[in-house]
Design a protein around this ligand. Structure first.
Ligand code: NDP
Length: 627
């Protein structure tokens, strides 16, 4: 690989070898099967610790026009956009005690959003809300959810503490029957499934979890009654406790500093280190926000996502660690071949290996293969350089050399969710904090007293699972309920051999049913942006269906087949990149490409949004069958 000696102080070939070694170490046959579903004897891990009081109410037997499953940002945005479109006959069913979704559940100490608040918070111009800081925290986010709910009067249309158990289509009636754990039987003409892509906590299937006699919980059900404190920290009950955390993903990065500050002893069990870059949070400048012109919010989030997909913008408005990484990558590309920039999915950016040229860039391959190999190398070099900076940061901050070495990530930056934090790495300089590096192996055994690794038993009072959420398992398992379409066909059956949707939102055989989420759709790092675009799309379709006097809408077979083809075609852009990555939920735990249609739209979100906008502007509802 060619390098520019003046700027490079590493050996790219050696680094390439090291990356492959680190990936190979972690590849495993069992993929998603390595995790334990939180059901049956494990269901205590998903009980709601945040409820003040359980609601008592009679079961409902009634009918609504639109039923929305989920009161997270997706459900709130869907409802808000429906209200704006004059559709008020909707009901939101939410299993938590309040709105908030991911933010209702994830209240661990230090929980915050490392995507800028001015783009992460949706509806900012509509509500006039000003986030206090560039990066918000869990408390402010929940406060903001209440502001949205009040503005759009969502509590009037909500059934909280209620879990959907099934949705069943009745073709004769043209209605869905939605049943819940409270005995509700609600008929709905339309159902919107916004149940959250990271909603179901997962546990590693470690031998002995249920034998452990100490205290234990998952980060998404934080037990403050045990730890003391709140989302801002101060976990005072831990001062005489020995605590273990399993996992070092984006969640652990945020809660470990608080655990380290509070616990008598903290053991952090690591399988793969995260890349932890500078966060640099700042207070919002009130003058800056007051001088923004109407339309600023959409422009800003579009500017951010454009940069993250290799597009060109006049100015990097957000200017943070995310955009810096992409400016570096695409800046290299742009300076080398300005006319040849293509839009790529943000998750697919940095490595374009030779296989990728064969599959994704055939047309270029035939023209100027060497040019493009140079570009691929240049981008890989930019990624190496960026990650060298991340690794150097660990070395600079963490005093113990062995610990610092263990904290260095050896993979391309967007193989895993990049993290931005200023207190995580310094936590390892505390005498009471110990990193137990499993060197890619992960943990395999828990005893009655604690965690066993490499023949050593770490006795602890509490084990906290920061092990993330199910991705890539069966849809209904993650949602927690089944969807039965025409002739009783379930969504699990329909998607058993691969996702099949039109625009990610409709699926043939499931009329009047709308799916929210990243599957076969445009996915943004600012996830609320995708959800807002999906909400706008939903409101448009329901308005148009009504205008045409129809009451039933379903994707045509041809439209669905053609969309699957598009997804497969575009997925090729990301395949090689993902193959080269260490396993994780971004690449289906290393088992990629078995069903290439199980992907998001590989052309990137901005391309996807503009495709949807164009589709709407034609006004024909092409691909949808109306009756
Ligand atoms: P992740 O899935 O990202 O992390 C799970 C962690 O558990 C990984 O470090 C994983 O290691 C580890 N793990 C799994 N099995 C084992 C095992 N057997 N032994 C040891 N370790 C194990 O979950 P998170 O909850 O951290 O984050 C989920 C997502 O939530 C993020 O990717 C992000 O999208 C979102 N999030 C966003 C934040 C924000 O600021 N916007 C903040 C927090 C979360 P390995 O990597 O090897 O698989």
């Amino acid at each position: 690989m060619s390098a520019e000696p003046s700027t490079i102080n590493f050996d790219p070939d050696e680094l390439g070898k090291k990356y492959r070694l680190e990936r190979d170490k972690r590849l495993r046959q069992d993929g998603n099967e390595q995790y334990q579903e939180v059901s049956g004897e494990f269901s205590y891990f998903v009980e709601d610790p945040y409820l003040d009081e359980e609601i008592e109410r009679e079961p409902l037997e009634d009918e609504v026009e639109v039923l929305i499953v989920g009161g997270g940002f997706g459900g709130m945005l869907a409802a808000a956009r429906l209200r704006e479109a004059g559709i008020d006959d909707f009901r939101i069913i939410e299993k938590g005690g309040d709105f908030g979704g991911t933010w209702y559940w994830n209240r661990y100490p230090g929980a915050s959003c490392d995507i800028e608040a001015y783009i992460y918070f949706p509806l900012l111009e509509e509500t006039g809300f000003v986030p206090k800081q560039k990066y918000t925290n869990a408390a402010e986010t929940l406060e903001y959810c209440h502001i949205i709910c009040d503005k759009y009067k969502l509590y009037d249309n909500a059934c909280l503490q209620t879990e959907v158990q099934a949705t069943v289509w009745n073709e004769d009636e043209g209605r869905w029957l939605v049943t819940t754990n409270r005995g509700d039987k609600i008929r709905a003409r339309y159902v919107v499934h916004s149940n959250g892509p990271l909603n179901r906590p997962k546990l590693p299937a470690i031998k002995g979890i249920n034998d452990y006699k100490g205290h234990t919980f998952h980060t998404s059900r934080w037990d403050y009654a045990y730890t003391g404190g709140d989302t801002s920290g101060n976990l005072s009950n831990l001062k005489d406790k020995r605590v273990a955390v399993i996992g070092t993903g984006a969640t652990a990065i945020q809660c470990v500093p608080h655990l380290g500050a509070a616990a008598e002893t903290l053991f952090v069990f690591q399988r793969t280190p995260s890349s932890v870059d500078v966060r640099n949070n700042q207070a919002t400048d009130p003058e800056w926000i007051s001088t923004q012109e109407p339309g600023w919010h959409n422009e800003r989030r579009n500017n951010f996502e454009t940069l993250l997909t290799g597009g060109s913008v006049k100015k990097d408005l957000v200017a943070d660690g995310w955009t810096e990484a992409f400016r570096l990558l695409f800046g290299t590309l742009r300076s080398k071949a300005p006319s040849k920039i293509k839009m790529f999915s943000w998750a697919a950016t940095s490595v374009f290996s030779s296989e990728m040229y064969k599959s994704g860039f055939k047309e270029y391959m035939t023209k100027k293969a060497t040019d493009y190999m140079d570009l691929a190398n240049a981008m890989q070099m930019a990624d190496y350089q960026k990650m060298e900076m991340v690794r150097a940061r660990a070395e600079e901050i963490v005093k113990d050399k062995e610990t610092a070495e263990s904290l260095k990530p050896y993979y391309n930056q967007f193989c895993k969710r990049p993290c931005f934090h200023d207190e995580y790495l310094p936590t390892y300089n505390r005498d009471n904090v110990h990193l137990i590096d499993t060197d890619g192996k992960g943990l395999e055994e828990i005893s009655e007293k604690g965690i066993i690794f490499n023949g050593v038993e770490y006795e602890v009072d509490c084990i906290i699972f920061a092990t993330g959420f199910e991705v890539g398992t069966d849809y209904s398992r993650r949602a927690g309920y089944q969807i039965h379409g025409i002739d009783g066909m379930t969504v699990s059956e329909k998607w058993g051999n691969g996702l099949a949707t039109f625009h990610g939102m409709h699926s043939k055989g499931f009329p009047n049913c709308f799916f929210f989420g990243p599957a076969q759709s445009g996915f943004t790092a600012t996830y609320t942006y995708s959800l807002d675009e999906q909400s706008i799309h939903l409101a448009y379709i329901l308005e148009e269906v009504k205008k045409r006097g129809a009451t039933r809408v379903e994707a045509s077979k041809e439209a669905e087949e053609s969309w699957i083809k598009t997804i497969i075609e575009k997925a090729r852009l990301t395949a090689s990149f993902q193959e080269n990555c260490t396993p994780g939920y971004y690449n289906n735990e290393g088992k990629i490409n078995q069903t290439p249609q199980n992907n998001m739209y590989g052309g990137g979100p901005i391309e996807f949004f503009s495709l949807m906008k164009k589709w709407r502007s034609k006004g024909k509802l092409e691909g949808l069958e109306l009756n």
